[in-house]
Write a protein that binds this ligand. Structure first.
Ligand code: SIN
Length: 195
């Protein structure tokens, strides 16, 4: 299976005593299973979130990969998420968690008060072996409804991400359209009121 963790460990010369800002835009918004020094809502400019990356290890399997988010270049767009200030040793865990095609790249984060800081973000580009690429939001919703993996259902990944964005008072037309499609057609039982 694809494993970018060794390449990520080699990529940046991080000083052990120098904390780093990490920008999370997918599961890293709502699942912080690592120690951090600070956490602040933030955004990055010129990028858009898309459910175009395959997940063979978390929300799907090698035979039936799920769909998770990556970023595509989108001049003029803003992608909202959560920034974590971490010590460099934390990347050991994060590189393993994000090993299915994501590489750490440098970026500039903007916090809610307009302050900017350099940081890192995990990016899965179109040339990685787990990339699934574009599909209609209805097709993506059906794919997500049918996918499950060791970290849970792909539907939960989508629904938790949509909820986390609402909690940040942010909207994302792509994520919310797939969520609506999943709840209304692909998985209508999830939308039904509890009996
Ligand atoms: C991220 O959350 O920043 C990367 C993608 C993911 O783990 O869902």
């Amino acid at each position: 299976m694809l494993d970018t963790s060794a390449e990520n460990q080699r990529r940046h010369a991080l000083h052990p005593d120098q904390p780093v800002w990490l920008f999370g835009y997918g599961s890293l918004i709502y699942k912080a299973d690592f120690p951090f020094l600070a956490r602040r809502p933030a955004s990055i400019d010129g990028w858009a979130r898309r459910f175009w990356q395959g997940s063979h290890d978390h929300r799907g399997t090698p035979d039936h990969p799920g769909r998770v988010v990556t970023l595509i270049r989108a001049p003029g767009d803003r992608c909202a998420g959560m920034a974590y200030q971490v010590t460099p040793d934390v990347f050991q865990h994060l590189d393993h968690r994000e090993k299915n095609g994501y590489l750490r790249v440098t970026t500039s984060l903007t916090f809610a008060d307009g302050q900017q800081q350099p940081g890192l973000v995990y990016l899965a580009t179109a040339d990685n072996a787990a990339f699934l690429g574009e599909a209609s939001e209805e097709q993506i919703a059906r794919h997500i409804a049918a996918s499950h993996g060791p970290s849970g259902s792909n539907a939960d990944y989508l629904l938790q991400l949509a909820r986390a964005l609402r909690n940040l008072c942010e909207s994302d037309a792509h994520v919310f359209a797939i969520e609506a499609s999943l709840l209304n057609t692909a998985m209508p039982a999830r939308a039904a009121p509890a009996k």
